[in-house]
Design a protein around this ligand. Structure first.
Ligand code: AMP
Length: 113
């Protein structure tokens, strides 16, 4: 099992602004927000990246997306929002614990950098 700072946030060893928690996942505010709303939705299972997931993880991945959608609804992001999964070095992933970025509260640009 890979230990990251997200594992420590799950265990409450590092403080975080937690928005949501259930048996499978945790959602908390990003420490360096890139939009007025910027949360991370992470599985409690310490999958290092999306590439490390397999077919058996599909229900968990679906749950993470559903939780992100529910949080976006609860935060009243009626104008829309963006979900991002950075995967690996080329994807710009910096923490080796799978996470979905939920970004909202401003108009997003495309293509991303
Ligand atoms: P990524 O670059 O896709 O791996 O995203 C990692 C994210 O974790 C970045 O947006 C960081 O700002 C965020 N992050 C790093 N440390 C913390 C922390 N202690 N609490 C909340 N977010 C963090």
């Amino acid at each position: 099992m890979i230990e990251t700072l997200f594992t420590k946030i799950i265990r409450r060893e590092i403080p975080a602004r937690i928005e949501y928690e259930d048996d499978l996942c945790l959602a908390f505010h990003d420490v360096a927000p890139q939009a007025p709303i910027h949360l991370l939705v992470i599985p409690k299972l310490p999958l290092p990246s999306l590439a490390a997931a397999g077919p058996n993880d599909a229900p968990l991945l679906g749950h993470l997306v559903d939780v992100a959608r529910t949080i976006a609804t609860n935060l009243n992001l009626k104008q829309g929002y963006r979900l991002v999964i950075n995967c690996g070095i080329d994807g710009g992933q910096s923490v080796d614990h799978l996470h979905i970025h939920l970004l909202g509260g401003r108009s997003m640009q495309w293509p991303p950098g």
